[in-house]
Design a protein around this ligand. Sequence first.
Ligand code: CU
Length: 158
Amino acid sequence: MTYRVALAFVATLAVPAFAQDARKGSITAADPWSRATAPRASVGAGYLTIRNDGAQPDRLIAASSPRAAKVEIHTMSLDNGIMRMRPLPNGLEVPAGGEASLAPGGNHIMLIDLKAPLKEGERVPATLRFARAGTLTIHFKVGAAGAAGPEAGHGGHN
Ligand SMILES: [Cu+2]
């Protein structure tokens, strides 16, 4: 009896640490975050880690947000010494049992023609569409303009 009570207590403590993660089927969208944009900027970028714990690869094929006229899945690469970004025509593969990382300097979600600037502290909704898992709504947590990564609650690193 005492043992059961103890187990139940442990289970309560094991509430997910990352409440901002979103899950659908085999796909988990972890730590979606973004950066505040300048007042007249027309574009913003969103980052996250997409995990696939299924036995089949999946693919992020489209995205949308009520905050932007258009959302694209972009990659970044060095072209004659200049970093350029371009849309991934076939989306982004998330390998079976693996993950796809969207981070500054690499793949990202591009919010094009923002309806209003992204402000630090707000959560920007977006819907991701996967070939297998279907649609998944996430919220990009907006950090400071120069944020290097998702902030971990209070006292996040800058
Ligand atoms: Cu881009």
